[in-house]
Design a protein around this ligand. Structure first.
Ligand code: SF4
Ligand code: SF4
Length: 100
C-alpha cells in the first residue's frame, strides 16, 4: 500500500456523503400504512442503509424520507407484508451521482 494512501477507515456515513441527489417533489416509495400498523418487525425501519423509514409512535405511521433513497431496492424485498409500492424516481430525479 502506498505511504500516501489515506488510512482512515470508511464508514457508511462517509460513503453516503459522496452521493448526490436531485429529489423529486413527490415520493416514489409508498408503504400501505394500514399494513404497517399491524406489521410486527417493521423491517424497513432498520434494513435501509440510508435510514429512509422511521416509525412515528404519535401518528402510528411510517414516515418516509424518500429524498435520501439510494434506489437499492432492499426495502421492497424485505417488507414482510409485501405492501411497499416501489418505483424508481422520475427520469432526472433521485440519485444523480455515485462515487464508488
Ligand atoms: S416492513 Fe413493510 S409493512 Fe412493515 S412497516 Fe415497513 S413498509 Fe410497512
Ligand atoms: S430502495 Fe434502498 S435506500 Fe431506498 S428506501 Fe429502500 S432500502 Fe432505503
Amino acid at each position: 500500500m502506498s505511504k500516501n494512501k489515506k488510512l482512515i477507515p470508511e464508514n457508511i456515513d462517509d460513503k453516503l456523503y459522496t452521493v448526490k441527489y436531485n429529489p423529486d417533489e413527490k415520493t416514489h416509495l409508498h408503504p400501505k400504512q394500514d399494513d404497517c400498523v399491524t406489521c410486527i418487525k417493521k423491517t424497513c425501519t432498520f434494513i435501509c442503509p440510508a435510514n429512509v423509514y422511521t416509525w412515528d409512535i404519535e401518528s402510528n405511521r411510517v414516515l418516509v424520507g424518500y429524498e435520501n433513497c439510494l434506489e437499492c431496492g432492499a426495502c421492497r424485498i424485505a417488507c414482510e407484508k409485501q405492501s411497499l409500492s416501489w418505483s424508481y424516481p422520475k427520469s432526472g430525479y433521485g440519485v444523480i451521482f455515485k462515487q464508488s
